[in-house]
Design a protein. Structure first.
Length: 356
């Protein structure tokens, strides 16, 4: 495989992760969005005051300090005995010796929290406080029923300002946003809900709810327009992204049950190939640079220098597609893969393994 066949995907707009500690980060985006809509075409209009009164008691402000720095973010109470859902990047600075996490409730009370578990790959985490009372739990909705144009309300603590409420609509669905994670790995906001409701630093881990006050997403990143110097212009531009609640609930349940999350594993390394880069000599797809010996891909018959043309019935165009599969499927699930080798096409079924 000649090097000129390899094409690097373009980077999209800069994103600011929603914790106050977040800086500007470059992120590649891919989308199978089911539609887009302007703010004037909302399918419904929320009574924002009513929604805020219902939901704010279950939304908290999170303050962290530690060897990784300090900052603040948001979270929501998901169980009455003190479990709180938030983003991993909100609590990450407190991980390690000397780190601390404090939670401020809507009534002003502050309690220390401990880390239950975190998943850097999906940018989700669960913390817990020991409260002397039953805590108000946020109502859980379903992201599968969310529609483009639907009115939403975002609640959190941008810039540490607790009990802040913004509103807007769902602008698009199924955005997959890749953001830098820990240890040179990426975090992936899979099938994210896009909104024009203001999401600013500090909103991360907070609540995106529907007009019934049900959680449908966890706000995690907002786009900014870089200046000519490459720095962020700051402030919301009406382009924010939330992790869908269906995924967030699955991850949080596993974190509460075991403290960790088990992800699926393909066992190969790929690089995107474009038509221009190949000069028509091979199909557009993902060039297999390496296959883990004895891994799921190898067992299915894939080899280095194959070109994957389809994954799970979708044209293969980005490495992000492989990440999406490993984050949304379980070890033992099967994935059909079409590939090209030496002028011929074939199909195999990869049985996903457990990520090392």
């Amino acid at each position: 495989m000649r090097n000129k066949w390899v094409a690097v995907g373009a980077l999209a707009a800069a994103l600011v992760v929603g914790g106050v500690i977040g800086g500007v980060i470059a992120a590649a985006t891919s989308s199978s969005a089911s539609g887009t809509s302007s703010g004037s075409s909302a399918l419904s209009v929320c009574n924002v005051t009513s929604v805020a009164n219902q939901v704010l008691p279950s939304v908290v402000t999170i303050f962290v300090t530690g060897p990784g720095g300090s900052g603040s973010g948001s979270g929501e109470i998901i169980r009455s005995d003190g479990y709180i859902l938030t983003n991993n990047h909100v609590i990450a600075p407190a991980v390690g010796p000397g780190g601390s996490i404090d939670v401020q409730f809507s009534d002003g009370q502050t309690l220390p929290a401990t880390l239950t578990g975190r998943d850097p790959l999906t940018d989700l985490a669960v913390i817990k406080v020991d409260a002397s009372r039953s805590l108000p739990v946020i109502a859980i909705g379903s992201s599968s029923s969310v529609q483009v144009g639907e009115a939403v309300v975002v609640l959190g603590a941008p810039l540490g300002l607790s009990d802040t409420v913004t509103s807007g609509i769902v602008s698009a669905l199924d955005r997959t946003i890749e953001v830098p994670g820990e240890n040179d790995k990426s975090a992936l906001l899979v099938s994210a809900v896009q909104t024009d409701a203001a999401i600013n630093p500090g909103n991360s881990g907070g609540s995106m709810v529907n007009c019934a006050g049900q959680l449908i997403g966890v706000p995690s990143a907002g786009a900014t327009v870089p200046s000519s110097s490459g720095e962020s212009s700051g402030g919301s531009i009406g382009l924010g992204f939330a992790i869908p609640v269906d995924l967030a609930q699955t991850i949080s349940d596993e974190l509460i049950a075991t403290g960790t999350v088990t992800h699926a594993f393909f066992g190969l390394q790929t690089t995107p190939v474009t038509q221009a880069a190949t000069e028509g000599q091979v199909p557009v797809g993902l060039w297999v640079r390496a296959v883990v010996p004895g891994g799921p891909a190898a067992k299915a018959g894939l080899r280095a220098d194959d070109v994957i043309t389809s994954i799970n019935g979708q044209p293969a165009t980005s490495n992000v597609q492989l990440q999406e599969v490993t984050l949304t499927k379980r070890p033992g699930d099967t994935v059909p893969v079409e590939f090209w080798r030496n002028g011929k096409t074939a199909q195999v079924t990869v049985t996903l393994g457990t990520q090392p």
